[in-house]
Design a protein around this ligand. Sequence first.
Ligand code: ADP
Ligand code: MG
Length: 364
Amino acid sequence: MMKKYFAPGRVNLIGEHIDYNGGLVLPAALTIGIMGTFKKRDDNKIGLHSATHNFSKEIDLADELVYDASNEWTNYPIGIITQLKKEGHFVPPCDIHFESNLPGGSALSSSAAIEVLTAFMLLQQSESKIDLVWLADFCRMVENDFIGVKCGIMDQFAVALGKADNAILLNCATLEHSYIPIELNDYCLLVMNTKKPRSLIHSKYNERKAESDEALRILQVTSGIKNLCEATVPQLDAIKDEIIRKRALHVVTENLRVKESVKALRFNDLSTFGRLMNASHASLKNLYEVTGLELDTLAEEGQKIKGCLGARMTGGGFGGCAIAIVHKDSVEELKHIVGWKYKRATGLDCEIYESEIGDGVKTM
Ligand code: ADP
Ligand code: MG
C-alpha cells in the first residue's frame, strides 16, 4: 500500500533573523513543496530515495545513527528517524520516495519541508492525532542538534501549520500564533531566486546567532529581558561593540516592523506593508549584513519598478530568494528589467515566478 504526503516550502513576508531572537515573524507556506510516498516494508529497514538527488541510502532501524556528511541529504530524514526512536515513537520499516518542485538550498526551507514531511508521514502510520506545534518544535530540534544549524522555529512552524491565503503571525518566544489573511487582489507575490550557490550560509547563520546572543548577554547585565526582541532602541546604547550594536538594532527594529506590518495588513494596506518590506531589506543589508550583491540587486531593482509595492530578501540570506509584492500589470516588466539588470550585475540568470500561499503538511 502506497500513501502520499506533501509538505510545502515557505516564504517569510517580514521579520527576518527574528525567530531565534524570540520575536514576531510572518511566514506563509507556498503551494510548491516536497511530495513523499510511503511504502511499508517487511524487514527492519528504511530506504530513502529522492527524484532530485542521485544518492540513495538504506538504513537498519536497529542501528544507532549519527550525522555523517557522506550521507548527504539523507541526514535530514535520518535525523528525524533517530530522534523519533530516541523519544520512544514507533518508526515503521518502509521505503520513502521524495519528489519536489521546490528549489533546494534557496531559502524557501526545503530542509524544514523534508524534516516535517518525514516526521509527519512516519507518525501518521501509528498515531491518530499529531500535534503540529509539537511536530514543528521537534523538527527544529533535529535541525539544531543533528544537522547543526542553530535556526529558530519559524521554518518548521510555517511548513507544519501553513494555511492557504494566510500568513502566520508567530510569537517565537511563546509559540502563540494567529492567521492573517493575505488578500492581494490586483497584486501578486513574486519569488525571485538568485540561483547563487550558498556554500557559506550555515556557518554565517550560526555567526549571526552568536552575535545576537552576545548582544542579549550584554543587555542582561542591566535588564531582565529574556529575548533580544524585548529590548528597546535606547537600551542598545549599552552595547559598546559597534558590530554587535548594529546586529541588535536590526533585530529590535525588525520586530517593530512586523507589528506595523500586521496593523497594515489587517486594513489591507499593501502600500504601507510594501514600504516596511523595503525598510526590512535595507536593515538586513546595512545592519545585519546578510544580503550581498545578488539579493541587493534583485530587491533594489525590483523596488524601482512602478507597480512594485515592496521587495526584500527572505530567509537566511547570502543568496537564496527575494520576494516582491507587484501589481499584475507590472509583472512582465519586472521580470524583464530585473532579470536583465541582474544578469548584467552578477553574470547569473535569476528565476522569477508568481507564487500562491498554500497549506501546511498534509496527506494527499
Ligand atoms: P533550504 O532549507 O533553504 O532549502 P538548506 O541548505 O537548509 O536550504 O537545505 C537544503 C538541503 O535539503 C539540500 O541540500 C538537500 O540536502 C535537502 N533537500 C531539499 N530538497 C530535497 C529533496 N527533494 N530531496 C532530497 N533532499 C532534499
Ligand atoms: Mg533550511
